[in-house]
Structures are given as structure tokens and as C-alpha cells.
Write a protein that binds this ligand. Structure first.
Ligand SMILES: Cc1cc2nc3c(=O)[nH]c(=O)nc-3n(C[C@H](O)[C@H](O)[C@H](O)COP(=O)(O)OP(=O)(O)OC[C@H]3O[C@@H](n4cnc5c(N)ncnc54)[C@H](O)[C@@H]3O)c2cc1C
Ligand SMILES: NC(=O)c1ccc[n+]([C@@H]2O[C@H](COP(=O)([O-])OP(=O)(O)OC[C@H]3O[C@@H](n4cnc5c(N)ncnc54)[C@H](O)[C@@H]3O)[C@@H](O)[C@H]2O)c1
Length: 472
């Protein structure tokens, strides 16, 4: 059995643990896939590198209301794809080469699973052990159990960005983040998009106002087929892929549609099962999440296992890179300072959906805030401010954007912020900051200058519209 001081399983956020404090430790990093993990290779980064040109194209197509006639004459998919992946592949290869060059680091390029507590076995049968092990092995695509998933032309987010050609038509299955972002990408680049979702709602975890507004905007851009659950995919006589879907709403008929490509984006599951957690008696809950305490220590029958840590999608309620990175910082400290444990602050986890319009959110939805207020004997105040009501919104002729804020009427503290509209992923940041540092809505609004006439004035006005102490 090979012994190390530390084993890290997964090279996504797990790879960022190795700070200078680790240079005297004998470390193994286990990564069977492409070095760098999901975000770099098949997730956040390449998707946004496609989102940006798609957004530029949509802005051109929508510019006529500003008296500017522009068009999307042609799209060079191959050069876009090669530009994106020549950058990304170089970073992944460079990261692997760098780690392999370090005297104190061994990279093991195989899957591992537990055979006993603290003992992992590679696919080729080698056993490795260490007093400290970090489990950072992420999540993977979950496919519905229907026929046709293995047909050529049926893709997931892992493969669709490497297509040889921009498809003329695509059916996107799912109504979450991944489906939304790829509908925007392909629609912006000129593919005919049909989105199929099981429920009648898009972005189900978002505030109702935002989800409804997004549904309206999505229906204006592509063909939206809601309340339809995929039942199968087959090859049609004309060579296209034929998708069938049952109606989950009784008023609808069974649906059939054809396209060149099908993208299945029906969720992701944690990779804990690939670790054989039973052999180490590790606690697993929900969709397969490893149970951890607030210090990221992995639990076994409810108690932390000495020297065993987890972070990111394999254990987190949030499948988000900034959360995986924050948890990695916690673990990086705790592994080498076990007597001075830090916890990860999960109070105000924001996220953004990079569509056109963008969506950004932090904290409670209005529905959650009403329940919370009842339980805590307080009241809430809600303000919806249209982007179109501020000067920059006039410049944009905006009729889409909303900044919706929810605050505790008595304390003035923000409970939730939900934006849809241009640059929402950036506009929300002062609200995340104010919530994180305990500032009231009035303090955020009046404790600083807001640049005039920047779009951020919509956030200032939304804050001033809340019925909280200090306003007036
Ligand atoms: C298409 C897409 C777009 C996304 N966009 C965003 C975004 O814009 N913003 C955002 O915040 N988040 C986004 N995410 C989510 C984000 O990518 C993940 O939350 C994040 O990358 C998780 O990091 P991780 O370190 O936990 O896991 P990963 O980066 O997935 O790393 C885990 C690694 O472990 C390896 N592994 C798995 N099982 C084993 C095993 N048994 N043995 C050894 N190794 C194993 C895997 O090969 C993998 O490389 C996106 C995800 C996808 C799929
Ligand atoms: N911008 C970002 O931060 C970003 C971008 C992409 C992904 N992510 C992360 O990745 C995670 C996974 O994303 P996702 O979109 O795959 O999952 P998701 O859980 O958000 O959405 C899955 C969707 O598929 C639908 N669905 C499930 N089974 C179906 C079926 N049989 N037929 C039709 N529809 C079906 C569900 O109703 C749901 O709308 C997200 O939760 C998010 O945390 C984040």
C-alpha cells in the first residue's frame, strides 16, 4: 500500500488546496478525467465563452428599437470553438504538467474508491492511504431513464460545446440553469431552439416574479414546450432525431419534435457513489451528497471522521463554483490547522444565470421570506424597481429588467435580492456585500455615492423604495 501525507480526490476546486503551507507534505492528487475539473473544462468557463458572443449577437438583433439596424450575417462556430478550447485545453494541460513537475506531488490518473476507512483503491488495483484525505470529486450529468439517450447526436453539457458544426436545430431538455444558458447560446448563434421541460415553470428555485419574467422572455426567443416529460429519442427517416414527450398537464397532447441535435440537461448528481462510501461507513443523504459538518469534516454515523474532509458538488447543497472554492479555502486551512477550525459562511450564497436577459439572485424568495417572517414574528417589505425607470434604462429602452428586493420591515436588513435584466450578475454585488456585512437597506442606499447615471441606480432606487427604518 502506497502511503501519502495527504490524498486529494478530484482536481477541480480540490486542486486549489495546495498552498505554500503544503510544500513539505507528500501529496497525491487523484484525477481520472481532464485536469481542472468541471468548471474549467465543461462548465462555467467554456459556457460563458459561448454566452458572450451569443449575447453580442442578440443585442445586434434587438438593436432596431434604438434606431440601429444590425444583423447576424454569419457565425463561424469552428473558429469560436477552437478559440475557446485552445485557451481552456492549454490551462488544463499546463495545470497537470505543473503538478506532475512538483517533487512532493504525485498525480494519479484513475478513479479511486474506498475499500476500508482511509484506504482507497485505484481501478488498476493499487491501494493508497493517508492520515488526511480530501474528497472533492464533484458531480456528474444525470440522464433520464428513457430510450435513445445513447444515440449519436444526443449530447450533454460535457460534449455539446465541442460539436463539429453549429446545428440548424436543437431540442434542449430541462428547465434549469444549464438548459437556460444553452438555449440562449444556440438561439443567439442562430440555431432553431426548442426547449422541453417537465414542469410548467423555468428556473424552479427562483423567485416567482423572476421565473415568470424569464419564461415570458424565453418564449419570445425560442419555442418553449412546458409540462412535457421526455419519453424517448429515436432516429427519424430523414436522419434527424425525433423526441417524444408525454404531457404532464392533462390539457396537452403527447408531443413530438425533430432536430439535428438533442441536449439533455436534466440535472446533476453528486459523485459520492463512485467512492464506494459504504466501505468507509460515510454518511450520504438526499441525492447522494456526502454529509459534512460546518468545518467540512465528513461524517460517519453523525460524527466527524478524523482527517477526512469534503468540499464542492460532492457534499454541497449548492452546485456552484464560488461555493466549491470557498469550501476549498476552508478545507485548505483546516487540514493543516486542525486545532483552529474555520467554517464556511453559507448564509448568503448568490448565483447568476447567464442568459439574455441575465438573472442574479441571493437570499430568500418572496415566498420563503413570508414564511420566515411569520415564524419570526416580523413583517417583510418588497420593492420591484423596473430598469426602465432609471436614466440608463431609458437609454437602453428597457422593458424587461426588474430589481426585486425583500427586507425585514423592522430591522431594515435585506432578506433577498432578485434581478433580471442587463448586467444583473454584476449589479447584484453591492447587495450581496451589504447582506454579508450586516448593513441595512438604508445604509447600503445612503452610505455611499451611486454613480449617475449608471444602471446601478436601479439598485439604489429599489433600496430607497423599501419601507424600512431610516427612509423618508
Ligand atoms: C455546464 C455547466 C455550467 C456551469 N456554470 C456555472 C457557473 O456559471 N457558475 C457557477 O458557480 N457554477 C457553474 N457550474 C457548476 C460548477 O461547475 C461546479 O459547481 C463546480 O465545478 C464543482 O467543483 P468541484 O471541485 O466540486 O467538482 P469538479 O470540478 O467536478 O471536480 C471533481 C473531479 O473529481 C473527479 N472524480 C470524480 N469521481 C472520482 C473518483 N471516484 N475518483 C477520483 N476522481 C474522481 C472528476 O473527474 C472531476 O474532475 C456549471 C456546471 C456545468 C456543468
Ligand atoms: N450559471 C450558473 O451558476 C450555473 C450554470 C450551469 C449549471 N449550474 C449548476 O449546475 C446544476 C445543474 O444544472 P441543471 O440545469 O442540469 O439542473 P437543474 O436541477 O437546475 O435543472 C434540471 C431541469 O430538468 C428538468 N427535468 C428533469 N427531468 C426531466 C425530464 N425527464 N423531462 C424533462 N425535463 C426534465 C427539471 O424539471 C429541471 O427543470 C445547477 O443546479 C447549478 O447549480 C450553475
Amino acid at each position: 500500500m502506497r502511503e501519502f501525507d495527504l490524498i486529494i480526490v478530484g482536481s477541480g476546486s480540490g486542486n486549489s488546496i495546495l498552498t505554500e503551507e503544503y510544500q513539505d507534505l507528500n501529496v497525491a492528487i487523484v484525477e481520472p478525467g481532464t485536469f481542472g475539473g468541471t468548471c474549467l473544462n465543461v462548465g462555467c468557463i467554456p459556457t460563458k465563452m459561448y454566452v458572450y458572443p451569443a449575447t453580442v449577437a442578440r443585442e445586434a438583433l434587438d438593436a432596431s428599437r434604438l434606431g440601429l439596424n444590425a444583423s447576424r450575417d454569419s457565425v463561424d462556430w469552428q473558429s469560436m470553438r477552437d478559440r475557446i478550447f485552445s485557451r481552456i485545453d492549454a490551462i488544463a494541460n499546463g495545470g497537470l504538467t505543473y503538478r506532475q513537475s512538483l517533487d512532493n506531488v504525485t498525480v494519479i490518473q484513475e478513479y479511486v474508491h474506498f475499500v476500508a476507512p482511509k484506504v482507497l483503491e485505484t481501478e488498476s488495483g493499487e491501494q493508497i492511504t493517508a492520515p488526511k484525505i480530501v474528497l472533492a470529486n464533484g458531480s456528474r450529468v444525470q440522464l433520464p431513464d428513457v430510450p435513445g439517450m445513447d444515440l449519436p447526436g444526443v449530447h450533454t453539457s460535457d460534449t455539446v460545446m465541442r460539436l463539429d458544426e453549429l446545428p440548424e436545430s436543437i431540442i434542449v431538455v430541462g428547465g434549469g440553469y444549464i438548459a437556460a444558458e444553452f438555449c440562449h447560446v444556440f438561439n443567439g448563434l442562430g440555431t432553431r431552439v426548442t426547449q422541453l421541460n417537465r414542469s410548467g415553470r423555468l428556473l424552479r428555485q427562483h423567485d416567482d416574479t423572476i421565473a415568470e419574467r424569464f419564461k415570458r422572455e424565453a418564449a419570445l426567443q425560442w419555442d418553449l414546450q412546458l409540462n412535457r416529460s421526455i419519453t424517448g429519442i429515436e432516429r427519424a427517416a430523414d436522419g434527424k432525431l425525433k423526441v417524444t414527450a408525454a404531457a404532464s398537464d392533462e390539457s396537452l397532447e403527447t408531443w413530438e419534435g425533430t432536430a439535428d441535435v438533442v441536449l439533455v440537461a436534466t440535472g446533476r448528481v453528486p459523485n459520492s457513489d463512485t467512492l464506494n462510501p459504504e466501505a468507509a461507513n460515510l454518511d450520504v443523504f438526499g441525492s447522494g451528497l456526502l454529509a459534512v459538518d460546518e468545518y467540512q469534516r465528513v461524517l460517519s454515523t453523525g460524527r466527524p471522521v478524523e482527517g477526512l474532509w469534503a468540499l464542492g458538488d460532492v457534499c454541497s447543497l449548492y452546485q456552484l463554483k464560488h461555493v466549491a472554492n470557498a469550501e476549498a479555502r476552508t478545507v485548505a486551512h483546516n487540514v493543516v490547522h486542525p486545532d483552529d477550525l474555520r467554517s464556511t459562511d453559507h448564509r448568503f450564497v448568490p448565483s447568476a444565470v447567464f442568459t439574455e436577459p441575465q438573472i442574479a439572485t441571493v437570499g430568500m424568495t418572496e415566498e420563503q421570506a413570508r414564511v420566515w417572517a411569520d415564524q419570526n414574528n416580523t413583517d417583510i417589505t418588497v420593492k420591484e424597481q423596473n430598469f426602465g425607470d432609471v436614466a440608463y434604462g431609458w437609454a437602453m429602452e428597457d422593458s424587461v429588467g426588474i430589481c426585486k428586493l425583500i427586507a425585514d420591515k423592522n430591522t431594515g436588513l435585506l432578506l433577498g435580492a432578485h434581478l433580471i435584466g442587463k448586467d444583473s450578475s454584476n449589479l447584484i454585488q453591492p447587495l450581496i456585500q451589504g447582506m454579508s456585512f450586516g448593513q441595512t437597506a438604508h445604509e447600503i442606499a445612503r452610505g455611499q455615492f451611486w454613480i449617475h447615471p449608471a444602471l446601478a441606480e436601479v439598485v439604489e432606487n429599489a433600496l430607497l423604495g423599501l419601507d424600512v427604518p431610516g427612509q423618508g
